[in-house]
Design a protein around this ligand. Structure first.
Ligand code: NAD
Length: 357
């Protein structure tokens, strides 16, 4: 069975959970499909993912083996799997707009010269570049996408920066015969998928939605980053766009991160409120709380998305395969309902829908 050579940009909380998760599901004594969204995607197991390169700017992480860097401060996602030495040293990338004002106070940027990223990707034989930069790193995301194009790598955009949902980038990857999937991972157990699902269910059952909000507080760097409203506005827009697409009319809605609480570490509490009317204009309210750890919830989806992107690469499908984008991301080039996206993804991975559209 061939391996899937993956390079990662941003060795933060999501990367930590992804690296830990791949090792967790590789270790035979621990291995079971429990917690995976798909045990197999096509012919690929989670254990087929191989990390071949990693890039960051944090002085503490650059120069360290990936297996150590994932556990270094300010990363605070839980350690759920020991990870043996991987033999991949974290390389320095260019900072550009990678860090927001709050993060800059906590993170010392490594002073060494940035690596030549396209060369690093070629030399490490990376097939897929996974972008896990902080929200708001628009220029840095575009820079790394250029490097992927130069090196002949597929690009997975886990961040809300517009790439797979941008026509120009779609064209560029398609004409380079490469895959571009994104944007903004939709968590396995997350506030967006839950909010969207409940609203869709209520709407399908004839309920009129009057108003709704979903406000998150958390202690990861992404929650700190969200205090920087100029940087995090894009995330709010993506969340609101996804959630409101569940209901076929406009209604007042707010969705996004509202505060940073350091001691919560990488966990996030989401408060949901829905007010509406059902039979005979009877009123109801729904008030609900969800608490999850962010990193693993993102990594679960990435493990599927990476395997599906490899299948697209094997089948020489270029551009933005909708079966992967609509399944794994909040802002795909084309939005599908959760059920439809899951069905399409299953058919694509089983080879019944070879082109993923
Ligand atoms: N469940 C989730 O956490 C979740 C869900 C959906 C989307 N996302 C997206 O995933 C991304 C990563 O989230 P996270 O929680 O891992 O963030 P994080 O802040 O923990 O990690 C980001 C990493 O990127 C590094 N970085 C910053 N600038 C860089 C540059 N120019 N080059 C290389 N590295 C750089 C930082 O040093 C840090 O290690 C975010 O964009 C977030 O919106 C996360």
């Amino acid at each position: 069975m061939s391996k899937i050579n993956v390079a990662v940009i941003g060795v933060g909380n999501c990367c930590s959970a992804l690296v830990q998760g791949v090792h967790y599901y590789r270790t035979s004594s621990q291995r079971s499909s429990y917690g995976l969204m798909s045990e197999r995607v096509g012919q690929y197991d989670a254990k087929d993912i191989e990390f071949v390169a990693a890039i960051d700017v944090n002085q503490k992480k650059v120069g360290r083996d990936l297996s150590e860097a994932i556990f270094l401060d300010p990363n605070n996602t839980p350690r759920f799997s020991a990870v043996p030495r991987i033999g991949v040293i974290v390389k320095k990338g260019p900072l550009l707009d990678g860090l927001g004002n709050h993060a800059k106070e906590l993170i010392h940027v490594d002073s060494s010269k940035p690596s030549n990223i396209s060369e690093l990707l070629r030399e490490s034989e990376a097939e897929i570049l996974v972008n896990l930069l902080p929200t708001g790193a628009k220029r840095a995301t575009q820079y790394y996408a250029e490097q992927a194009l130069k090196a002949g790598c597929a690009f997975v955009n886990g961040t809300p920066s517009k790439l797979a949902s941008d026509k120009n980038w779609q064209k560029r990857f398609k004409s380079a015969r490469l895959q571009l999937v994104g944007d903004d991972i939709k968590n396995q157990v997350g506030s967006t998928v839950l909010h969207e699902t409940i609203l869709r269910m209520l709407s399908m059952r004839g309920v009129r939605i009057d108003e709704s909000y979903q406000l998150d507080i958390g202690g990861g760097m992404e929650s700190l980053n969200a205090l920087d409203r100029d940087r995090s506005i894009i995330k709010r827009k993506v969340k609101i766009g996804t959630v409101s697409s569940a209901v076929p009319y406009k209604f007042p809605i707010v969705a996004g991160s509202s505060d940073y609480v350091e001691f919560m570490k990488n966990s996030r509490t989401s408060h949901f409120w829905i007010k509406g009317k059902y039979f005979g204009k009877s009123e109801f309210t729904l008030d609900m709380t969800l608490n999850v750890v962010e990193g693993p919830s993102c990594a679960a989806v990435l493990v599927d998305v990476i395997r599906a992107t490899k299948i697209a690469r094997d089948r020489k499908i270029a551009g933005t395969p909708i079966a992967i984008c609509a399944y794994g991301f909040k802002q795909p080039p084309e939005r599908l309902s959760f059920d439809e996206a899951t069905r399409l993804f299953g058919e694509f991975s089983a080879g019944r829908r070879r082109k993923g559209s």
